[in-house]
Write a protein that binds this ligand. Sequence first.
Ligand SMILES: [Zn+2]
Length: 92
Amino acid sequence: MDNKKVSSASKDFGDDKAKKPRRPMKKKVCEFCEKGIAEIDYKDVSRLRKYVTEKGKIISARTSGCCSRHQRQLTVAIKRARMVALLPFKGE
Ligand SMILES: [Zn+2]
């Protein structure tokens, strides 16, 4: 007969505040805006490469820090670059 009393009324709130240490990410600025590039050239592979993963995926604007205008241009540029085989469709 083990009549265990389960009375764990441990209400210790207020003390353990799970304060997440928000990492202060460095502010990302659109590279193309910064450099004053109005039109993204699809032949500029060295630049485009920074916006694709090694698997060949396009990095999202959230990660790349591009503004929406340039991100859209970038997407088109990368797709064009793929068509002319400057960038891979799929990483090796
Ligand atoms: Zn921009």
